[in-house]
Design a protein around this ligand. Structure first.
Ligand code: HEM
Length: 163
């Protein structure tokens, strides 16, 4: 397990999953969603968002699993590793906080894909613009929270490297 090739492979896959998930989330929030809102009517926005989310959902769920599967062995081979939960060294504390943020991101992803997005699409499809805009607002709040948590996760991940 403590082999340069295996460690590099796991690390690269870990980073690739991060890029796909977080990169997609940032681009969706900063570029795609505002552009769709500017150019499409509410009904089309709902349809577009539904199609986009059903594809992005797969990428996110796969990334969640891949990050867990690659992160655990990466943690165990680390020179700082003592136990899954250990607060003797700051590395263990940061790692634990990162796990909590990971859990929060998973909850937010499920909330976005399984509750907020489908409800917004349903309201838009039925022509209920007022209800659709309420779900849209909730989706934006949850998206903003996910982006903030993602940035915090990246900062903690970088910090772990230099402790
Ligand atoms: C949202 C989920 C996660 C994201 C976005 C993420 C992202 C990252 C990134 C960007 C790095 C730095 C890689 C590099 O510099 O080459 C990293 C390192 C690491 N990650 Fe994750 N990670 C996540 C979840 C996890 C989980 C669940 C675990 C453990 C179970 C984990 C364990 C680690 C370990 C041990 C390192 C190396 C830290 C060090 O060098 O001391 N990660 N992660």
């Amino acid at each position: 397990m403590d082999n340069l090739f295996v460690k590099t492979l796991l690390d690269s896959i870990h980073v690739l999953a991060t890029v796909l998930w977080f990169g997609g989330m940032f681009i969706n929030f900063i570029v795609i969603r505002p552009s769709a809102a500017k150019t499409l009517n509410p009904e089309m926005t709902g349809k577009f968002q539904k199609a986009l989310m059903s594809r992005f959902r797969i990428i996110v769920y796969v990334s969640i699993v891949v990050l867990g599967i690659t992160g655990i062995p990466m943690k165990i081979v680390s020179e700082h590793y003592v136990g899954i939960v250990n607060f003797d060294h700051i590395w263990g504390v940061i790692s634990f906080i990162k796990h909590l943020l990971y859990g929060l991101l998973v909850v937010l992803a499920v909330l976005n894909f399984e509750v907020l997005s489908p409800r917004m699409a349903k309201a838009a499809k039925s022509g209920n613009t007022a209800e659709a805009s309420v779900w849209k607002k909730r989706l934006a709040i949850s998206g903003l929270l996910a982006i903030t948590t993602a940035i915090a996760t990246l900062i903690l991940s970088s910090m772990m490297r230099y402790l």
